[in-house]
Ligand binder design. Sequence first.
Ligand SMILES: [Zn+2]
Length: 258
Amino acid sequence: MISAVRFWSLGLALGLGGATALTPAESTAVKRLVAAYPAFLRGVDGNALVWRDGTRMPLTRSAATTYPARLDAPGLLDQLDAAYPACAPLTAPAYLSDPGRTRFEPLLRKMYGASEAAVRASLVTVDWFGQPLRVTRVNGVADSLRAVAAELATHPEWRALLTPSAGTFLWRTVAGTPRRSVHSFGAAIDLNTARAAYWQWSGSREGQRGIPWRNAFPAGLVHTFERHGWIWGGRWYHLDTMHFEYRPELTGGCHAAR
Ligand SMILES: [Zn+2]
């Protein structure tokens, strides 16, 4: 005869709806997330992320077995897996290393807006070296970008990389995917396309080996963004060197590294 306790344990082992405890690494990553978005997040309770409005968001993983499928439908814990090398030297990432490219969309929608109109309601203008850019003021994104611009202004030799910006807010999906771009939430900026490299421009396919890494952006420029909570698409195997997005939960260690 199987006891109730043993049956319950078996259910957990088989993943039959039971909640398993967070690992120490997961627990640390969730704490970083809560610390990065204090206006919205209150803490962790068991296996739930608790919002200040009382919402409980389950800390789950995607059931997908392949990386592309997981990218399309990640769990919240999948977003937090990335070990983002903030303020580290700029080097070619390892095969399929895309720290920060996995995003749990319900989290972003709840903070920045679940529709184009809702996101637009929080957009403000930031002066980007004479170019007006629309970004969200939610989570201090606009103030952060202004601080980045002020620091970068002391480096006129980088101006041709920074301008013209290829854009910030645009309600759109990532090309060729069902995933909503972080540009949709007004929390991303593309720098000068003419000086950038993007993995699809080499004709590569998702997950293909040997995608070439090329980069014209100096470490000092990238580190300036990272110190202010922005991650860089040049740190992805699927590289996008013009792209920065506001993800302070991943760059938290950068200040200490200065
Ligand atoms: Zn972009």
